[in-house]
Design a protein around this ligand. Structure first.
Ligand SMILES: NC(=O)c1ccc[n+]([C@@H]2O[C@H](COP(=O)([O-])OP(=O)(O)OC[C@H]3O[C@@H](n4cnc5c(N)ncnc54)[C@H](OP(=O)(O)O)[C@@H]3O)[C@@H](O)[C@H]2O)c1
Length: 626
């Protein structure tokens, strides 16, 4: 797991700081092959990329960047203080070269605004509950964050739904049953259902949830033949939520899950005799480096963002055509040709390189986009709905506010900031972080499912579940909310003393950010490792190495996250808004997903951060009064 060494134990004379800052600016540009991009708005360097589009990777950087990183528990406060490390493996943020000037002013709505639409009346609504009654579903990714919220909502609102086949990766059937119990049935998320069903809760859950030992990376999905036949005969809806969400995953691994996974499921879908809908959970960021207001448009096979963004025919001719099959072949052949000890790093680099050549920011979103292309190419008569949420964060209201799992997107930054370990980040202060609460994503998913499942019309329907057009959360406002929250409810250090946080610094240039990281690393280290500074005020070799490593890692991560912190697109959600308009009054209450109605101050301060502290930090660093 990648780590920022922000807490390094060494001390240094103040006069060294200026010098090191200058050094860091030089260091930013040290490699002649690096290409700096200018942000016109700010006259500052924004990010660097090699001329081939490959992100420069420092030796031994094990950065793992993911939409969710539950496998990387946040260290306890005590551990934080002593280790001197900050786990930046899942810091959020990466982006585009082109910035805000492409976003038409008319597309942007001020931070505080909310949509206040008067909906047309549809007394019958979509009929979500009616549609789901008795339906049999196959769900992949059910042990994941979103999958669980989906299952909980279905079972709570439609208890007479049919069987839900839950695909689970495991070594044996018994192990799959065990995962179903320990990772779904007994989790706190299901506490409302536990209260409703009391003693019969477990029986109810086991009568509905059928564990299916399987894997989207295996042929026939790894499902044993008899069970596969049963599912093929029974299932009405397939939901594919399985994914690898690591931004810089190995290319072969990401292709297998995010691109070939949908292909294998679609192949299975063709065997399903009564299938009414194939629902793919994708991401709004499949839109890659598109700019401005981005419409809910499907991908056709062979499309690429790079070609789309080039207007001249001559230039288009020089761009490679995206051939999904050829990409899979390339990944496999590259893997075969590599020495064992180089495979992991080289395959990560290959994914980022291919993504950027074709106009996507990273391997995750590129492979998800190719998954969408294969679905569209194969669907034939099967009705398809593609749900594209932006950054999914904790539940807004249901089953209770603030539930979440794992250390997701913006959360590592929030937590390290709260703990006083990170006081700045590389981000466009006027940029927008597109966040949506998990329960709203699930509600919109169920509405789309019912709408298209009920009509059973062949076709592909895209829903972007996103806030950046209707209710944008601006980075500098977010930073202000974080400051407010941690000032009034501070974290406690290992000795029970409140940690005072400064206002978060938002850097528009990599050079300034690197310099800040260096200064912070040296200052923090100084508190513990005073002997590492000589009487002449020089840094010891050890301190120098540690601080350089901090900066290298910070730069690598900032590069990966930059497409998100400087994202030049806003996700249009007209289809999602229209879906809301055809819901009945009752459905709008029970399956609400009006992202325009979110009060970000309330959500961030009173729902999301408390949820993060409770469910992810498990209350560590929070005094009882909080
Ligand atoms: N989280 C976000 O902010 C976000 C935003 C936009 C879109 N999305 C999309 O939403 C969906 C769900 O995301 P999430 O946050 O819930 O992700 P998650 O918590 O990482 O869950 C991923 C799920 O996929 C399963 N999975 C991975 N590889 C598999 C395989 N080979 N075969 C079968 N199952 C496999 C995982 O199973 P194991 O438990 O066995 O690993 C897990 O259940 C994904 O499609 C993602 O692209 C997420």
């Amino acid at each position: 797991m990648g780590a920022f060494f922000l807490n390094n134990p060494i001390s240094v004379a103040p006069n060294l700081l200026t010098k090191t800052s200058n050094f860091m600016c030089d260091w930013c540009c040290i490699d002649g092959s690096l290409m700096w991009k200018k942000n016109k708005n700010k006259n500052m360097v924004l990010y660097c990329q090699s001329s081939s589009g490959i992100v420069k990777t420092s030796n031994g950087l094990p950065a793992i960047l993911t939409e969710r990183s539950s496998s990387s528990p946040i260290p306890s406060m005590a551990a934080d203080q002593s280790s001197g490390l900050i786990d930046a493996g899942s810091l959020v943020l990466s982006p585009n070269s082109k910035i805000q000037e492409d976003v038409a002013a008319k597309d942007l709505v001020p931070y505080s605004s909310t949509t206040n639409k008067s909906f047309m009346e549809f007394p019958e609504g979509i009929g979500i509950v009616r549609f789901l009654k008795g339906k049999q579903l196959l769900i992949t990714g059910a042990t994941g964050f979103l999958g669980k919220v989906l299952i909980e909502k279905i079972l709570r609102t439609v208890p007479d739904v049919g069987k839900i086949y839950v695909m689970i990766k495991a070594k044996s059937k018994e192990a799959a049953v065990e995962r179903l119990k320990s990772e779904i049935i007994t989790t706190q998320l299901f506490k409302c259902l536990q209260q409703t069903h009391g003693q019969s809760y477990k029986t109810f859950m086991l009568s509905k949830l059928i564990p299916v030992l399987g894997n989207v990376c295996e042929s026939n999905l790894g499902i044993e033949p008899d069970l596969a036949d049963e599912i093929a005969n029974e299932v009405d809806i397939i939901v594919n939520s399985a994914a690898n969400t690591t931004f810089d995953e190995r290319y072969d691994v990401a292709l297998d899950i995010n691109t070939q996974g949908p292909y294998r499921l679609m192949t299975f879908a063709k065997r399903c005799t009564k299938l009414q809908l194939f629902l793919q959970v994708s991401t709004a960021y499949v839109n890659g480096q598109r700019q401005g207001r981005i419409l809910e448009k499907p991908f056709c096979i062979g499309e690429s963002i790079a070609r789309e963004r080039v207007t001249s025919e001559i230039l288009t001719g020089s761009l490679p055509v995206l051939d999904v099959k050829a990409e899979i072949k390339l990944a496999l052949e590259s893997r075969e040709a590599l020495q064992e000890n180089l495979v992991a790093q080289k395959m990560k680099e290959l994914g980022l390189e291919r993504a950027r050549i074709f106009g996507w920011q990273d391997t995750y979103v590129f492979t998800k986009a190719m998954g969408e292309m294969l679905i569209d190419n194969m669907r034939g008569e099967i009705p398809v709905a593609i749900i594209r949420p932006s950054v999914i964060e904790s539940t807004y209201k249901e089953p209770f506010p603030g539930w979440m799992e794992g250390n997701r997107m913006m959360d590592p930054i929030v937590l390290y900031y709260g703990k006083g370990q990170l006081t700045g980040f590389l981000v466009d202060p006027e940029g927008v972080l597109d966040v949506v609460p998990a329960d709203m994503v699930v509600n919109a998913t169920l509405a789309a499912m019912a709408k298209h499942g009920a009509t059973g019309k062949p076709g592909i329907n895209i829903y972007q579940i996103a806030s950046s057009v209707v209710n944008p959360l601006v980075f500098q406002d977010l930073a202000g909310l974080l400051f407010e929250h941690f000032s009034s409810s501070p974290y406690m250090d290992s000795r029970g003393r409140p940690i005072q946080v400064p206002k978060m610094k938002l850097f528009s240039s990599m050079c300034d950010f690197s310099s800040h990281i260096w200064t912070e690393a040296v200052q923090r280290s100084g508190r513990v490792l005073a002997p590492d500074v000589s009487s002449q005020g020089k840094l010891s070799k050890r301190l120098d190495t540690i601080c350089r490593k901090s900066v290298e890692q910070a730069k690598y991560l900032a590069n990966i996250y930059e497409p998100y912190t400087f994202y030049g697109g806003r996700f249009d959600n007209s289809n999602t808004q229209k879906l809301m308009e055809v819901m009945s009054e009752e459905e709008r209450r029970s399956f609400a997903f009006d992202v325009g109605s979110i009060d970000w101050r309330d959500y961030i301060s009173n729902v999301h951060i408390p949820g993060l502290r409770r469910h992810v930090m498990k209350g560590r660093g929070t005094c009882t009064a909080n």
